[in-house]
Design a protein around this ligand. Structure first.
Ligand code: NAD
Length: 360
C-alpha cells in the first residue's frame, strides 16, 4: 500500500527546510523501504497568497485524504495586518481542529555534540531525552463559557473554563502510556489536583487507564513542581503527559533545556494516527531566502512521521542516527555554530544527512 504524505511548505524558511526533509524521505523511496506519494498544498500566508485563505479548500480536501502531513512553518510580517480570520496562524489552528489533532508530542533531546548549546550545566542536561505529550484540543484554551463580562458593581471580569471530559482525558492518557511503552516505560502525569477539580478528575482517569499498562511506572506531579524539576533535574523524566495549557508552558521550558530551537521536531496526532509533523520553531522571516536555516528540526519531524503515522520505526532510527553522524562530523548551521566547527547552509546540511543515510 502506498502512503499519502501531504507536504505543506508554508511561509518564510518553510519551503527551504521542507525541501531537505523531502530529500531525506526520497532516500527511502529510492531504496524501496518507503512506499509513499507526496502531494503539495498551501497553508498559512502561502494559502492566502494562492487562494485568499490560510486554509484553502484544496488543502482541506487533501488533508482529509492523507496518512500524514509534513509542515514547514507559517507566518510572516506581511500578513500581520490581515483580519484575524485570514492570518497564517488561523490556518494552523483550523487544520489542527479539522483533523482532530488532539495529541501533541514534543521531544526534548540534547545531542552530546550540542551540549554547549544549553544554558544549563552539562551534568544536568547531558544525554537528556524526554517527551512531552500535551493535550491539544481541549482544556482552558477552548472551554466554555469564556469571555469578559460586566459585574453588578460595574467592574469587568475576564473568565475562562478549564474543562475536560472523562473521554478527553482517557484518550490523551492512552497516548501517554503508549508513548512510554515505546520508550523507557516511565510516565509522569502533571496536574494541579491539589487545587483544581478538573485535575482531580484528570488524575483519577489517568490512574484508571494506567491499569491497562502495568509495565509503565506511573507517577504524578503538580505543575509548579514539574516546572521546577525540569530545570533542577530534567533527566528524571521519560514521558510527561499533561493538559493543554500546562503542556504549552512546560514544552517550551523543556525545549530551552536543549538550547536550540532549530533542532526540535513535533508531532500532532489524531485518533486514527493521522498526524501533522512540523518543527517547533516558526517561519523565521529574518533569515528566509538566505539558505542558512537549520533543517534538522524538520528532518527529525519527518522521522517522527515515519514512526507514528507510517509505523516504520526502523527508518526513524536511521534518520536519527544520520543526524547524530552529521553533528559528530562537526557540521553546524548558524543557530548551533560554535568556533572550531564547520559552518554549513540549509542544503549542505540536508545533503550531509542524505549522505550519512546512504552509508548505513
Ligand atoms: P521563529 O521560531 O520563527 O524565530 C525565532 C528565532 O529563531 C529567529 O531569530 C529565527 O531566525 C531563529 N530560527 C527559527 N528557526 C530556525 C532555524 N530552523 N534555523 C535557524 N534559526 C532559526 O519565531 P518568531 O520570530 O517569533 O516568529 C516568526 C513567525 O513564525 C511569526 O509569524 C510567527 O507567528 C510564526 N510562528 C509559526 C509557528 C508555526 O508555524 N508552527 C510557530 C511559531 C511562530
Amino acid at each position: 500500500m502506498s502512503h499519502k504524505i501531504l507536504v505543506l511548505p508554508g511561509d518564510g524558511i518553510g519551503p527551504e527546510i521542507i525541501a531537505e526533509a523531502v530529500k531525506v524521505l526520497d532516500v527511502f523511496r529510492a531504496e524501496g523501504s518507503l512506499n509513499a506519494e507526496f502531494e503539495y498544498a498551501h497553508l498559512g500566508g502561502a494559502g492566502y497568497d494562492a487562494a485568499g485563505h490560510p486554509y484553502p479548500e484544496a488543502t482541506r480536501i487533501l488533508a482529509k485524504q492523507c496518512n500524514a502531513i509534513l509542515l514547514g512553518a507559517v507566518g510572516g510580517p506581511q500578513y500581520d495586518t490581515l483580519p484575524r480570520e485570514l492570518r497564517p496562524e488561523k490556518g494552523l489552528l483550523s487544520i489542527r481542529t479539522d483533523l482532530g489533532l488532539f495529541a501533541n508530542l514534543r521531544p526534548a533531546i540534547l545531542y552530546d555534540e550540542l551540549a554547549d548549546a544549553s544554558t544549563l550545566k552539562n551534568e544536568v542536561v547531558a544525554r537528556l531525552d524526554l517527551m512531552i505529550v500535551r493535550e491539544l484540543n481541549h482544556g482552558i484554551y477552548f472551554g466554555q463559557p469564556r469571555g469578559i463580562r460586566v459585574l453588578e458593581n460595574g467592574e469587568r471580569q475576564g473568565y475562562n473554563s478549564a474543562t475536560y471530559t472523562e473521554s478527553q482525558i482517557e484518550r490523551i492518557a492512552r497516548v501517554g502510556f503508549e508513548t512510554a511503552m515505546q520508550r523507557n516505560k516511565r510516565l509522569c502525569s502533571v496536574d494541579k489536583a491539589n487545587v483544581l477539580e478538573v485535575s482531580e478528575l484528570w488524575r483519577e482517569i489517568v490512574c484508571k487507564v494506567g491499569e491497562e499498562f502495568p509495565e509503565v511506572a506511573l507517577s504524578h506531579m503538580y505543575v509548579d513542581n514539574a516546572a521546577m524539576q525540569l530545570v533542577r533535574a530534567p533527566k528524571q523524566f521519560d514521558v510527561i503527559v499533561t493538559s493543554n495549557m500546562f503542556g504549552d508552558i512546560l514544552s517550551d521550558e523543556a525545549a530551552m533545556l536543549t538550547g536550540s530551537i532549530g533542532m526540535l521536531p513535533s508531532a500532532s496526532l489524531n485518533a486514527s494516527a493521522v498526524g501533522m509533523y512540523e518543527p517547533s520553531h516558526g517561519s523565521a522571516p529574518d533569515i528566509a531566502g538566505q539558505g542558512i536555516a537549520n533543517p534538522l528540526a524538520t528532518i527529525l519531524s519527518a522521522a517522527m512521521l515515519l514512526r507514528y503515522s507510517l509505523q516504520l520505526p526502523q527508518l526513524t532510527d536511521r534518520v536519527e542516527a544520520a543526524v547524530k553522524i552529521v553533528l559528530k562530523q562537526g557540521l553546524r548551521t548558524g543557530d548551533i555554530f560554535v568556533a572550531g566547527r564547520e559552518k554549513v547552509g540549509t542544503a549542505q546540511m540536508g545533503d550531509a544527512v542524505v549522505a550519512a543515510l546512504r552509508m548505513m
